[in-house]
Write a protein that binds this ligand. Structure first.
Ligand SMILES: Cc1cc2nc3c(=O)[nH]c(=O)nc-3n(C[C@H](O)[C@H](O)[C@H](O)COP(=O)(O)OP(=O)(O)OC[C@H]3O[C@@H](n4cnc5c(N)ncnc54)[C@H](O)[C@@H]3O)c2cc1C
Length: 319
């Protein structure tokens, strides 16, 4: 089976999510047989490194235009035809989410969004697992067409080095005329995007005010973590809305989620309950977040957090 993973490389950097895609393809191939072809749209800088994470072949399709689902799906469908791909894997992010429906419709193939597993085969067809109802339940979806496209949830698989860099083959493809043009982008610079973060330190109304965020940021810095918050915190502008996690915010799946002064309302948990380890610091022993926590500290965060940061700094300096 040929597995085609799609990577948007227009910014000249390979992100962790891109390595995850190659490694996911490798893991599927390892279990069910086959090879991974990585299709890298954009400059192709460093694209050969995808070989280290499981790609057997890397194809660069040069493109320096705007993001456009029509152009991208034309390119992907042509590479899928050329390589004989049976499974196409997109990232479940702002690039892959708008693309998957368009591509599935263009190729008349099955699609599953936000997959989190290596599929099992039932009657020769793959069955993918995905979170539903704000990740409070799982659905198992069998694709029925010979070719399928899925989008992979970030942080579902930790990429591991399994091979060596490979040569990059360049294939020019005319994806047609774009149907939209991006005329401006405003983004937060220099931060790990929350959906890709390994560790997140998050604050709620228990932080009392924006002037206290220094202790949260200091803890985040020592852990190399991204920062997040509950919705009321961003609603009152203590923190930007780009940090708001939950049902109406960003859904995250870090390896470690540390919640400071967050009650654990169901709408907040909907965005974080797939984190691998959850640590809750709250002074109310009845706070609902403790039911979802792997570790909990019942205490005043203003006493515990500086101590925790100090201990972590000491631990790091001893190593
Ligand atoms: C339709 C809808 C969608 C929503 N979507 C979201 C969403 O996406 N994300 C989201 O977060 N919320 C969402 N909400 C809001 C949600 O219901 C809660 O109101 C919100 O999550 C509560 O935020 P909080 O935990 O920061 O504040 P609070 O509920 O006020 O909790 C503060 C916590 O801090 C603790 N605390 C106070 N002082 C200290 C201290 N010194 N030390 C330690 N702990 C302390 C308290 O014990 C308390 O548990 C939504 C609500 C609705 C109706």
């Amino acid at each position: 089976m040929k597995i085609l993973v799609f990577i948007d490389n227009r910014k000249n950097i390979l992100k962790k999510a891109d390595l995850e895609l190659a490694y996911y393809g490798h893991s599927v191939a390892k279990k069910h047989g086959g090879d991974v072809v990585a299709m890298v749209v954009g400059s192709g800088v460093n694209a050969g490194d995808l070989g280290k994470f499981g790609a057997k072949e890397v194809i660069n399709v040069p493109y320096n235009g705007s993001y456009d689902v029509a152009v991208f799906s034309n390119m992907i469908s042509q590479i899928a035809d050329q390589t004989g791909a049976e499974l196409i894997v997109l990232p479940h992010n702002s690039s892959g989410k708008p693309l998957i429906g368009w591509l599935a419709s263009k190729m008349n193939i099955s699609s599953v969004t936000g997959v989190i597993n290596i599929p099992e085969y039932i009657d020769d067809k793959p069955v993918f697992k995905k979170g539903v109802f704000s990740s409070k339940a799982f659905a198992y979806v069998k694709t029925l067409t010979d070719i399928a496209v899925v989008s992979l949830m970030p942080n579902s698989f930790s990429p591991e080095e399994v091979g060596n860099p490979v040569d990059v083959k360049t294939i020019e493809i005319d994806g047609g005329l774009p149907k939209v043009k991006v005329v401006g982008v405003e983004k937060v610079e220099g931060k790990v995007p929350l959906p890709e973060a390994d560790i997140i330190v998050s604050g709620g109304r228990g932080m009392k005010g924006p002037e206290n965020w220094g202790i949260l940021e200091e803890l985040a810095e020592v852990l190399g973590a991204a920062t997040a918050c509950s919705r009321p915190v961003s609603d009152v502008n203590w923190r930007p809305h780009t940090e708001h996690v939950g049902q109406t915010g960003i859904v995250v799946r870090p390896n470690l989620y540390i919640a400071l002064g967050i009650s654990g309302a169901i709408q907040h948990l909907a965005g974080v309950n797939n984190s691998k380890t959850i640590v809750v610091i709250n002074k109310d022993p009845e706070a609902p977040f403790f039911k979802a926590a792997d570790y909990g500290i019942v205490a005043d965060l203003f006493e515990v957090v500086p101590e925790l940061t100090k201990a972590l700094k000491e631990y790091k300096s001893e190593k």
